[in-house]
Design a protein around this ligand. Structure first.
Ligand code: SF4
Length: 472
């Protein structure tokens, strides 16, 4: 697929397994140190890998609760009570790799393979727009059919679909690493975030799960993937690890190492971090040795929140509704909702059972978008479909200029309320509409700048009269 695999300038394998294992083993439990580190986070300063190791070591009930409470506070201080919503759209599940944990692996003949054609992409996007979505992440297996040109054409096709009041305003991609030329091609199609998960940063475990002769068997090509994307001009990057393949503590310290490496090299860290847990999948037997229990899952989300104050944290529908409800308070900023993983599933009637032969893994939260919206509003969150930063060029390094001084609140909450009102006008159930408009009034009453309130009310009135896509 790539004539010459040219790595990024000065590319190095920055994951030192021995150093990370030593941090896990030798970092002492030190309550005084932990409280100092928590204070540093609450001052919105990113943590070092060593400092993050102290938080991981702090597993006493008392210190764990202090870490939880600090994560809740930092979430409120940086992200307010907004939760950004998106939906994944699988485009094709042919794959040349043979990852041990994946139902799309090439050696699994019983998996139902499909690539959506143009008409089917339009059909899926119309169904997603009709449910109220405005932000999508397109997912591709790794296969010569899914070239950078193919992905770019698909992105443009998705943006071109306008159904009723519906439109998709931000398209992210989760796909295999590309070469510099490939990233330029997808960048020019108008993508938001390019997401690549290392799956596991532990070298030996990586080799065990990704056969050497497969493309994905090249650890460094993948680890360097987003560095090449930055060099090719992409702005927003998403990193992640698949929790359950190896020790969660190792993966958390590696995610922070990766984040600091990008910050150091490109002056901007990842836009988002994802932390999916292994889920039952068609044709896959898991070794449960490193499965992450719910308590440790909450700890790792809270610790990530404290370690990278300005990086978005994505919690997907892999998790059950109950776990999502609990974990969200610890600093999650984005979730998917109304998710269907079967290729072509969004235009099909809802089914009792998930068809695992058509899915990469089973999901835990199968609620509709409106059901998720209703619960978020009940829990005091503002569901948001905001895309204004991306469309006003407040991305990558430029986003940080806004995010760090706290200006973002002047934009985020009003924009979230505007996108929520669009949803309430065009797509919501009566129950959600009533609660939604009550929430909007409650949130407006908290805004102390008269000027913003006046502009916001003026735009909300225009939305009620039929205008759309109004933002700050
Ligand atoms: S995880 Fe991705 S690369 Fe690996 S087999 Fe599945 S779809 Fe292919």
């Amino acid at each position: 697929m790539f004539k010459n695999k040219v790595l990024s300038e000065g590319c190095v394998d920055f994951i030192d397994d021995a150093k990370i294992e030593a941090l896990i083993k030798d970092t002492p439990e030190d309550a005084v140190k932990v409280r100092e580190i928590i204070q540093k986070s609450l001052n919105k300063q990113p943590l070092s890998v060593e400092e993050t190791a102290f938080l991981i070591k702090a597993d006493s009930p008392e210190l764990t609760e202090e870490i939880f409470e600090a994560a809740r506070k930092l979430k409120r201080d940086v992200y307010g009570n907004r939760i950004v919503l998106f939906a994944p759209l699988y485009i094709g599940n042919y794959c040349i790799n043979d990852c041990k944990y994946c139902s799309f692996r090439r050696s699994l003949r019983s998996t139902v393979r499909k690539t959506l054609n143009e008409g089917e992409v339009v059909q899926q996007v119309e169904a997603l727009e009709d449910s109220g979505h405005k932000r999508l992440i397109l997912v591709f297996g790794e296969h010569p059919d899914y070239s950078a040109e193919f992905m770019a054409d698909t992105v443009r096709k998705v943006y071109s679909v306008k159904h009723g009041q519906g439109e998709i305003r931000r398209v992210n991609i989760n796909a295999a690493p590309l070469d510099h030329e490939g990233y330029k091609i997808v960048k020019n199609s108008g993508i938001g975030t390019y997401q690549i998960f290392q799956e596991t940063y532990h070298h030996e475990t990586y080799c065990k799960n990704h056969p050497e002769e497969t493309h994905k068997g090249d650890y460094l090509w993948r680890l360097d993937g987003l560095s090449r994307a930055f060099e090719a001009g992409c702005d927003d990057m998403g990193i992640g690890a698949l929790f359950g393949l190896y020790d969660w503590r190792f993966e958390v310290l590696s995610l922070i190492t990766h984040s600091l490496y990008l910050q150091e090299k490109y002056n901007v860290g990842p836009h988002t971090i994802s932390f999916p847990r292994l889920r039952p999948a068609h044709g896959i037997q898991f070794d449960e040795k490193y499965f992450v229990n719910d308590h440790d899952f909450k700890r790792l989300v809270a610790i990530l929140r404290l370690a990278v104050p300005y990086t978005g944290l994505i919690l997907t529908a892999r998790e059950t509704a109950e776990i999502r409800r609990e974990v969200m308070q610890f600093g999650v900023s984005q979730i998917d909702a109304g998710t269907r993983l079967e290729l072509g599933g969004y235009s099909e009637d809802d089914k009792e059972e998930q068809e695992l032969k058509r899915e990469q893994f089973s999901i835990g939260d199968v609620r509709t978008l409106d059901e998720v919206m209703s619960e978020l509003i009940k829990d005091g969150y503002i569901p948001s479909f905001c895309t204004s930063c991306y469309r006003l060029g407040r991305t990558g390094e430029h986003f940080m200029e806004y995010a760090i001084p706290g200006f973002i609140n002047k934009f985020c909450t009003p924009n979230a309320l505007l996108t929520l009102s669009e949803y309430l006008e065009d797509y919501s159930s009566d129950k959600t509409r009533e609660k939604g408009y009550q929430l909007i009034e409650d949130e407006i009453s908290k805004i102390d700048q008269e000027k913003i309130v006046k502009k916001l009310r003026e735009r909300l009135e225009r939305i009620k009269k039929g205008e759309r896509d109004l933002y700050f």
